[in-house]
Design a protein around this ligand. Structure first.
Ligand code: LLP
Length: 410
């Protein structure tokens, strides 16, 4: 979003006009920003055989998936429904990695039938898999590298107490099952968490992957997961992707030489690709001063963007109706019957009832984690691509709230 001629715009489209045209609350995505993030990654890893498996969970509108397919990525899917969305969006099964956690073997079998790569994250499942398919279906094994990393405890998933992956300390057990069933292990995977800034974390993950990989003969790829950090606050820094790219690529090339085969290197970023592309536009319903604060109550809340409440996440907020003007301190709060503070004590241009506020970094884990809490409707979504705005999801209606309820006639 840039300030052009005193209006906040995405590719020449004024935010205030988009809010007027489609109503609020509204998710708006900058398609060109998504494409430029993909390009950054491709450039950073241009010296190795990179496959990007976009983490669908971050933002799963089929138009976003189609845009990413055009940009040459594959996807990572964490549920059978995301696998089906990916297929629906036009990805070939071979471009889809399925990384479930704690699902039933039935769901794994469904995914096998759809022809996608299965990422197995526990030993009982590996055994089920071996008994059922032997070496007829290639698989990936998700390792838990025991690395503590990530922006907060809830999104750190590669440490020893985490439910994800098979402990690297159980590598011998994995090898035993692989040998018993002659499993065809095509890839190894680690994912340590989200909001990871330092190249060192990825290098540590690499070392663990390389050590484990030496025990497998037929690998085709190593998957480093996702987790690159993006800037949320002014002055915040993102992962230096060129630095990570050059350091990890150098180590990877060295390993491939030793392994005797040129492997593919996979990454599964979500936030890095879509976070900064997205804005949640909301209308200021109420400006309410108390002896302690000035609250701005907006027509959205934790039902549409749960990150501030769930992770204490910081999201920048801009009054796009007032590009200039006197500044005051406000707390932007939602309309939900809980303390859903979106932004506390922020200096913002004078806000009046009816002004449109843009909540930044709403592309990743915004709409995809939205709910109907308080029986509220989920917002519509708009994609701006090459200067043109497209409605990519209708606003829900009251019928959607009733749709699956069964009135038993009491
Ligand atoms: N791969 C796997 C196996 C994952 O579990 C995740 C995220 C990713 C890739 C993508 O991570 P990313 O590049 O987006 O950081 N809802 C939280 C983030 C939870 C992410 C869960 N797994 C948030 O809003 O911060």
């Amino acid at each position: 979003m840039e300030l052009v001629n005193q209006t906040y715009q995405i590719q020449g489209q004024a935010m205030t006009e988009l809010a007027k045209k489609y109503g609020t609350p509204l998710y708006v995505y900058d398609g060109d920003k998504i494409l430029s993030q993909v390009k950054l990654l491709q450039d950073a890893f241009s010296s190795v055989n990179l496959k990007i498996k976009y983490a669908t969970k971050a933002l799963s509108n089929i138009n976003i998936l189609k845009l990413l397919k055009k940009a040459g990525t594959g996807i990572d899917a964490v549920s059978i429904e995301e696998v089906m969305l990916g297929l629906h969006a036009g990805f070939a099964p071979g471009e889809i990695m399925y990384t479930p956690n704690c699902v039933s073997f039935d769901e794994i079998q469904e995914a096998v039938a759809l022809g996608v790569m299965i990422n197995i994250d526990n030993i009982p499942m590996l055994e089920h898999f071996g008994k059922t398919y032997g070496n007829s279906v290639p698989i990936c094994v998700r390792l838990n590298p025991h690395i503590m990393a990530g922006g907060n405890a809830k999104i750190s998933v590669g440490h020893i107490d985490s439910k994800f992956g098979i402990s690297i300390l159980q590598l011998k057990n994995i090898l035993k099952v692989v040998e018993n069933f002659d499993l065809n292990v095509a890839g190894l995977h680690v994912h340590t968490g989200s909001d990871i800034l330092e190249a060192e974390v990825f290098l540590k993950g690499a070392e663990i992957l390389f050590d484990a990989a030496r025990e497998f003969k037929d690998l085709r790829f190593l998957d480093f997961g996702g987790g690159f950090k993006v800037a949320y606050k002014e002055g915040d820094i993102s992962t230096d992707i060129m630095d990570v790219g050059s350091k990890v690529s150098a180590a990877f090339k060295q390993f491939c030489k030793e392994y005797g085969r040129e492997l593919e290197i996979w990454f599964e970023p979500g936030k890095f690709i879509v976070s900064e592309s997205g804005y949640l536009l909301a209308r200021a319903n109420v400006i309410k001063s108390t002896p302690a604060s000035t609250f701005v109550g907006v027509d959205t809340g934790l039902n549409h963007l749960i990150r501030p409440m769930m992770y204490d996440a910081y999201h920048g907020v801009v009054n796009v109706s007032k590009p200039t003007g006197e500044q005051h301190i406000y707390s932007v709060v939602g309309y939900i019957c809980e303390t859903d503070t979106i932004a506390a004590d922020r200096k913002m241009n004078d806000i009046q009832e009816g002004d449109i506020l843009a909540i930044r970094n709403a592309g990743a884990y915004g709409f995809s984690m939205a709910s109907n809490y308080n029986s509220r409707l989920r917002p519509s979504e708009v994609l701006v691509l090459a200067g043109k705005d497209h409605l990519i999801r209708e606003r829900e209606t009251f019928e959607d709230i009733l749709k699956h309820q069964i009135d038993i006639g009491i």
